[in-house]
Design a protein around this ligand. Structure first.
Ligand SMILES: C[S@@+](CC[C@H](N)C(=O)[O-])C[C@H]1O[C@@H](n2cnc3c(N)ncnc32)[C@H](O)[C@@H]1O
Length: 298
């Protein structure tokens, strides 16, 4: 092979296994993989295991003891004959298609619950007293927060890349009243690339959004949209519960953490009003809540 993009790969003829996901595969697949491992020394002189072998990385501790024992033992034997390089899971399944499917399913199965969901309690507590102005909801979903903000007098730009969710938001807003609907602009955009207008909004919120790229980049982009005197409000769902080490329903996602979000804000320009982890009342993990006020002069 030519120059390796995998720095640690040894050997000249690489054998690659990608994303086997044994945690959700059938026993036949595991059997086939074990046979394949037996054949590896005749096929090449290094084995690269790319992506998720047992299951998503966050379930390794549960899958290996229960189901991955034979594979782990086979790899230990194989390692005496060829070097094995593991490269962590590298795919992102929380893309636009995933969310389109997720929202379509939610609307099919629980239309009333979606349409009537109350706005986020962290948000309501933190911003209820702010003077309404222009707000941006980045990753608005079906718009429960955007609609609540509009009903509270804000003019809202609500961005999401899932057209299904945006459409539902529009319908709900119109049903509640034309004055509310008129105050919300629904924008189909990908937050990985969509650049909000600089210093435009008195309030920028982003709740439970899986970050494409780094938290630092995304928080920086959202922070640049906040006008002087304005507020940035972020909520993340930690993928792993810090108390138990158990994966949460956000497992595998990149969500804002307290340290990364605060670290992305220049301390000379931002007052941190809230930066804390809050255990969820439903017992399904921990939320990170960050609220910061931009006080820099233009
Ligand atoms: C867990 S939902 C949260 C929705 C809403 N903020 C809430 O709290 O109910 C995450 C939302 O982020 C959206 N999303 C995820 N990644 C995105 C991206 N790169 N660009 C735009 N929207 C994104 C999804 O379509 C989905 O509607």
């Amino acid at each position: 092979m030519g120059e390796s993009i995998f720095g640690a790969v040894l050997g000249r003829t690489l054998v690659i296994v990608s994303d086997a996901h044994l945690g959700v595969a059938s026993p036949d697949t595991e059997e086939a993989l074990l046979e394949f491992f037996d054949a590896v020394p005749g096929l090449g002189d290094c084995l690269l295991i790319n992506g998720d072998l047992f299951d998503f990385w966050f379930t390794y501790s549960r899958v290996i003891p229960r189901r991955g024992f034979h594979v782990a033992a086979a790899l230990a034997r194989l390692r005496r004959r060829v070097p094995i390089v593991l490269v962590g899971g590298n795919h992102d399944r929380w893309d636009r298609d995933f969310w389109e499917r997720r929202w379509a399913q939610a609307l099919r199965e629980h239309p009333d619950a979606v349409a009537n969901r109350a706005p986020n309690a962290h948000l309501v507590a933190a911003v209820a007293d702010l003077e309404p102005g222009r707000a941006l909801d980045a990753g608005c979903g079906h718009g429960a927060e955007a609609i609540w903000l509009a009903a509270s007098g804000w003019r809202v730009t609500a961005v999401d890349f899932a057209a299904t969710a945006l459409h539902q938001g529009q319908v709900t807003a119109r049903e509640i009243g034309p004055d509310i609907a008129e105050r919300i602009e629904w924008v189909e955009g990908d937050l990985a690339t969509w650049e909000p207008p600089a210093r435009r909004f008195d309030l920028v919120i982003s709740l439970y959004v899986h970050v494409a790229g780094t938290v630092h980049e995304m928080v920086g982009r959202l922070a640049r949209a906040v006008a002087p005197g304005g507020t940035l409000f972020l909520v993340g769902h930690l993928p792993v519960d810090p108390a138990t080490g158990e994966p949460s329903p956000a497992a595998g996602q990149v969500q804002v953490t307290e340290a990364e979000a605060v670290g992305a804000l220049d301390a000379r320009d931002w007052d941190i009003v809230i930066a804390e982890e809050r255990v969820r009342a439903k017992g399904d993990g921990v939320d990170v809540v960050v609220c910061a006020r931009y006080h820099a002069e233009l």
